[in-house]
Ligand binder design. Structure first.
Ligand code: SF4
Length: 122
């Protein structure tokens, strides 16, 4: 049995939530400490398949700036972050770039898009 302990980040109450997961089969045995359904759902996801939005920079060719800040437009599985960061470290995009522009659609087959969070002029 593995017990995951989280501080819920959904609202300022910051409830302490514990999720007990069976080591074989990954079934949830118990969940306690949440005060609302949203917190319960968040803690279950954190225990069973944690996801994060990734923020980083990508190199720019021919721009006023050498890099552009980017982020995924949805959270990706936590265990794929390193792979995505390595991929983005090899990427170079061409200026001009506008804020919100999709730079990569479904990188590495992930269900997300990498978008620019600022503009870079030529
Ligand atoms: S469990 Fe519900 S009430 Fe508690 S911090 Fe999370 S969202 Fe807020």
């Amino acid at each position: 049995m593995t017990v995951y302990r989280f501080t819920c980040v959904i609202c300022p109450l910051s409830c302490s939530v514990e999720v007990e997961v069976e080591d074989e089969g990954g079934r949830v045995k118990d969940i306690r400490g949440f005060s609302c359904p949203r917190g319960k759902e968040w803690a279950l996801k954190e225990a069973l398949s944690p996801r994060r939005v990734v923020m980083t920079v990508v190199r720019v060719r021919g721009g006023e700036e050498p890099v552009v800040s980017v982020k995924t437009d949805s959270p990706i599985p936590k265990d794929r972050i390193r792979e995505l960061m390595s991929y983005l470290a090899t990427l170079e995009v061409k200026a001009p770039i506008s804020v919100g522009q999709v730079l990569v659609d479904r990188p590495l087959g992930l269900e997300t898009r990498v978008v620019a969070t600022r503009s870079v002029r030529r």
